[in-house]
Every structure is written in C-alpha cells, then in structure tokens.
Design a protein around this ligand. Structure first.
Ligand SMILES: C[S@@+](CC[C@H](N)C(=O)[O-])C[C@H]1O[C@@H](n2cnc3c(N)ncnc32)[C@H](O)[C@@H]1O
Length: 238
C-alpha cells in the first residue's frame, strides 16, 4: 500500500487515519516514548524564529504542531488544516480543553489546494504528513505559495536510515513491534504496518532538501533528530 500514488494513495490514507483517529495520539506517544512532543516543539521553534504573524500547519491531524506554533510570541494565530473531520474533531476537543480557541483555528481543507490567498502566513509547517501526500512536490509548492516572502516552510518527517546496526535495530522495532502495538492498542495492525513501509518508500533527507530548493526555497537545511530517525527541514521563501 505504501507504494500507491495519486488518488489511490489519498483514498487509502484517508480511510486509514479516519479509522485510527481515536487512538492516534496515544499511539504516537507510545511509539516515540513521548518524544514526538519534543520534536514538534523543536519544529515550531525553528519555524517561528524571529517571525511575526499567522502560522499555518498543513495536515495538522489532532493539532499538536498548531498548538506548539501558537505558543510562540510572534505568532498571532495558528491555523491547522486537515482533510479528515475525524482527526480534526480530536484536535478541536483538545483546543477547547486547553482554552486555546483564541489562538488556534482548525479547519477542513486539502493541503494540495489550500483555501488561502498567496503570501498569507509568516510560516507553514507539516508534521509527519509529507509521506502521506498523493503529490509531495505539489504539497511543498502549496506551502511556499501561502507563505509571505521572508517566511519559512518547515517540515518534521520520518526519514529512511542508512545501513548499520542502528538502522537494523530501528527496522526491527518499526517493522515488528510497531504493527503489534498497533494491533493491541489501536486494534489496527494494517495501519501500523503501512507506517514503517511508508518510511521505506520515502526520500532520504538530502533528497527532500533538494525538493525544497526546486520549490523555490532558499537557505534550505535540515536537522536530524531522534538518532537520525526523523529530520526537520526548513527553507525560506525569497
Ligand atoms: C500522520 S498524520 C500527521 C498529523 C499531525 N500533523 C501530527 O504531526 O501528528 C497525517 C495527517 O495527514 C492528513 N492528510 C493526508 N492527506 C491530506 C491532504 N491532502 N490534505 C490535508 N491533510 C491530509 C491526514 O488526515 C492525517 O491527519
């Protein structure tokens, strides 16, 4: 399933995330030992550094990265957009529980056709979602379009590891234990079998940086986190 492209991929991904939405947050915390919160805070800090204005988080899911963006002084409002009402309803519940209605807005929308004019946001982020896009380059170009000149596009994504002992241990964990956890905790082994497979089919960090440049971003760089299992890419719209 991880090799699906275009419409077929979008349908598969939409069905998968609507099924696992009630257990999505819990599974993220279990799989990463809680580290995903730290990675999202780091991503938001890199995205918002020195900027003023509204921030956008595409494919926001249950909203964590939008909440992390809203915590930054220069960010006037964080807007999260996701395709699926099931994921957004978990995020809306969290927004109300944290009393963040004045700082965070979560909306239904397609990352490939964002419902915003050009040059709207100080920065745009995407967390663990580029891998799931039916057209990766189009998703990056769309983030670039809605960011103001001088603004930042920043993404947090799992990244295929090089060879070596660390990579072998991680593969064992990701391909054997994670599907089992998915079965026991989320009742969905198939969804958590797709997850490691989608990383195998994804780009190495250097190649993703190249796509950022091809989308017109400058000063592109990336920071590896989580022992090289994830990377935060960032680039500036000239
Ligand atoms: C792995 S989750 C990531 C959620 C969140 N960003 C996070 O870091 O936890 C992937 C999300 O991408 C969303 N998604 C997939 N395709 C999309 C699209 N074309 N437009 C908007 N959201 C999309 C799914 O609904 C899902 O919520």
């Amino acid at each position: 399933m991880a090799q699906l492209r275009g419409e077929a991929r979008q349908r598969y991904v939409a069905d998968l995330f609507s099924r696992i939405s009630p257990r999505y947050d819990l599974m993220n915390t279990l799989m990463t030992g809680g580290m995903h919160h730290r990675w999202k805070r780091r991503t938001a800090a890199l995205a918002a550094a020195g900027l003023e204005g509204p921030a956008l988080d595409i494919a926001t899911g249950t909203g964590d990265l939008a909440f992390a963006l809203a915590a930054h002084r220069g960010i006037t409002r964080a807007v999260g957009v996701d395709l699926l009402p099931e994921m957004l309803s978990v995020g809306l519940h969290k927004t109300r529980k944290r009393g963040l209605q004045d700082r965070v807005t979560l909306l239904a929308g397609d990352a490939l056709a964002l419902p915003f004019p050009d040059n709207t946001f100080a920065c745009a982020t995407a967390g663990f979602s580029l891998r799931n896009m039916p057209d990766l380059s189009a998703a990056i170009r769309e983030m670039v379009r809605v960011v103001r000149p001088g603004g930042l596009v920043t993404t947090l994504e799992l990244t295929p590891m090089d060879r070596g002992l660390k990579a072998r241990l991680f593969r064992l964990y990701f391909h054997r234990l994670v599907p089992l956890m998915g079965q026991l905790v989320a009742g969905d082994r198939a969804a958590y079998t797709y997850l490691p497979q989608s990383v195998d089919y994804f780009l190495q960090a250097g190649r993703l940086a190249e796509l950022f440049r091809q989308a017109g971003l400058v000063d592109v760089a990336y920071v590896p986190l989580g022992f090289g299992t994830v990377a935060v890419h960032h680039g500036t719209k000239p």
